[in-house]
Design a protein around this ligand. Structure first.
Ligand code: HEC
Length: 278
């Protein structure tokens, strides 16, 4: 009896000792991990209201309370050759190049912000989805000045972490290091890493689980006619369409015809460099 009382007392004390605000965002950079609550981020003196004329997730003008990613990453040390990664609730991961994300927010080029969804004023739901872009969403001021792609606006973000550049992290997706810097396969790899790896694995490489591996067991170039593959990447619904389809395609603004061909050159290269299936 006495023991039971003691145990309940201890439980009550433990509950009281817990921090009141839930940690909503995890930041894990260079081996240091910190949790930030939404309120704490909203209260940060560097959090400002920004207006985005053309928001990538909502498709129209939006305004947000947002903290520059460069400010959020202060107090962490990013290892050499690493970039940042934004991880979303649905497993979507986006690589954010360190050079762009960490530069001083007062510069006149593209600047990345972490938009914070205020719990008392939730954002609108995304078109055709049951969710908003919150709890956190990476948005950009002046994205066109640095050719920021729609895939570099990850929404539903719950974690920001550091990771080596994709082809260092996953050697199975790399191309021959002796290829010249302007080789189509190499350019295609860079385009694939920013635009496609958020959803697809390639040759077993990558984190994403949204779409299929595009090289294993069969490469898309092995079962798509070349023209059809180009058309599919541009506009999947023009080939086959159903309600739950997960790939929207890429407007000419997001990827030019030449860029799609560079990605296909990379896919062809990978089809000749398959990693054995595990
Ligand atoms: C938002 C996530 C997403 C992005 C970004 C994305 N895809 Fe997809 N992709 C999917 C999904 C999911 C499928 C499976 C079909 C579906 O649900 O639409 C798919 C299917 C495909 C297929 C057909 C595979 C098959 O066997 O039917 C190809 C080819 C493809 N994607 C290529 C690409 C390329 C190349 C890129 C980058 C330029 C890309 N995808 C970007 C999600 C994505």
């Amino acid at each position: 009896m006495k023991n039971a009382f003691l145990i309940s007392l201890i439980l009550v004390l433990l509950t009281l000792a817990r921090p009141c605000a839930a940690a909503d965002l995890t930041v894990s950079i260079g081996g240091t991990t910190k949790q930030f609550s939404t309120q704490e981020l909203l209260n940060n003196p560097a959090t400002v209201t920004i207006s985005i004329p053309k928001d990538a997730a909502y498709g129209h003008a939006m305004s947000y309370q947002a903290l520059p990613l460069a400010v959020l990453s202060r107090g962490f040390t990013l290892p050499q050759g690493y970039g940042l990664q934004a991880v979303a609730t649905d497993g979507f991961t986006a690589d954010l190049p360190a050079a762009l994300v960490l530069r001083d927010p007062s510069n006149k080029r593209a600047v990345a912000y972490l938009a914070i969804e205020p719990p008392d004023h939730p954002w609108p739901k995304l078109a055709g989805k049951q969710q908003t872009a919150g709890p956190f969403y990476v948005v950009w001021l002046r994205p066109a000045l640095d050719d920021i792609r729609p895939e570099q606006w990850p929404y539903g973000v719950v974690k920001i972490s550091s990771a080596p550049a994709p082809q260092k992290r996953w050697p199975a997706m790399a191309v021959d290091a002796l290829l010249p810097a302007d080789a189509p396969e190499l350019k295609g790899l860079a385009l694939f890493a920013t635009n496609c790896m958020v959803c697809h694995k390639i040759n077993g490489a990558g984190d994403a689980e949204v779409g299929p591996d595009l090289n294993l067991p069969k490469s898309a170039v092995e079962y798509f006619q070349p023209k059809a593959l180009h058309q599919y990447i541009r506009d999947p619904a023009s080939l086959r369409a159903w309600k739950a389809m997960g790939m929207k395609g890429f407007s000419a603004e997001a990827l030019s015809d030449d860029e799609i061909d560079l990605i296909i050159a990379y896919l062809k290269y990978m089809s000749q460099h398959k990693q054995p299936l595990k």
